[in-house]
Design a protein around this ligand. Sequence first.
Ligand code: P61
Length: 464
Amino acid sequence: MRFPAEPYRIKVVEPIRYSSKEERAKLLERAGLNIFAVPADSIYIDLLTDSGTSAMSDSQWAGLMVGDESYAGSRNFFKLEQTVREITGYRHVIPTHQGRMAENLLFSAMVRPGQVVPNNSHFDTTRANVEAQGAEALDLVIPEGLDPAAEHPFKGNLDTARLEEVLQARGKSDVPLVMITVTNNSGGGQPVSIANARAVRAICDRHGVPLFFDACRFAENAYFIKEREPGHANRSVREIARELFDVAVGCTMSAKKDGLVNIGGFLAFQADALEEAVTNLLLRVEGFPTYGGLAGRDLEAMARGLEEVLDEDYLSFRINQVRMLGTMLDQAGVPIVKPVGGHAVYIDAKRFLAHIPQSQFPGQALVVALYRTYGIRAVEVGSLMFGHKDPKTGEEVFPKLDLVRLAVPRRVYTSEQMRYVARSVIEIHKERETLRGLRIVHEAPVLRHFTARLAEVTPAPVRT
Ligand code: P61
């Protein structure tokens, strides 16, 4: 299989260090086998997240120099507003410092205690912001979206039959809005089709409920539509993205993903009636509406990034670089979530380390091995992140999937570096029986994966 080469050349380099195995072993021990507590400059390839880790272009860096830092009415805001209006068609554009603040503003204005917000899959900050309003965050992704091996072109689609049931049962008064996350991060970066978004919109219209997007990875989603949805192959990604945005009435956006910036986001919507409530809260918690918690220069970089992300040479390389990593692993027999998503490859750790039970955190065991042996940072999305004790029985409850995410930052690593990652994972796969399970030594009551301390269980499993 052939994959496109990088559609850019390197003008500035940031040295990265290949730390020694001995140093990494010491750092891991000090960190309690928790990769979040390891200093980033001891990491060779960092695949913890694709969020805020993009490389900016020369045009974006130049844009920083034309930042207008006026408290009110910065020219960079007007440029951003115009750019977002052109791409999305939404009238009101409220800048925020990142995605979760856009979520906070939207849900504070629209969601009340006891209500329910359906989504294909809520991202963790989205869920937290819905729940902070005393409402229920309901995931309604299609069944294929929960099966790592199911090959479906749009595994991020929302289950319309279940949405209809929820809306019939709860009605407009209990469902303030419906959301679709494009691409579906919690489900493996899987895309949503325009046909599915339209079907969701038709149901929303029948019940008088507005539809919003969580649009963090809208350009990657639009590229998948061009590739996979019948009738879109000869249209530009910009046209497809606009058609997608037209299906909803607004969106939240973390520009740390498809805005190609290190910090930034926005909330955009059509309804004039929403503006006042959102602006009042913004003024209290984030800043004046023409800067929204950012510097003028950040707004300029974001406006330029939103244009650059729609470049099809960039998108073709981007999607295919991630796909190449996934294909190399798949061809070597490493179990991954298929098809490969837009921003990350997800390894199925339960199958990779079949000898380690979920109670011994197979995903985290793989994360530890990848860093210890090869200096690569991945992140566990499994029993360490989502496992918890049942409050009634005190028994550990494990999530269905134990995954390890290799999230690929945009425009940062070369394909040779991706080959290094693939070779490293494949080497560990060959030696997988030597890996040991882990046990928790210390955990916090909430979001334990960020601060937990772990140790290896002894003795090591016997090799057969
Ligand atoms: C990520 F472990 N994603 O994937 P903000 N919606 C969606 C996201 O993917 C997302 C946000 C909203 C991250 C960063 C991250 O506990 C974590 O700009 C679909 O980060 O506020 C972020 O956007 C929120 C990773 C965030 C985490 C929180 O890596």
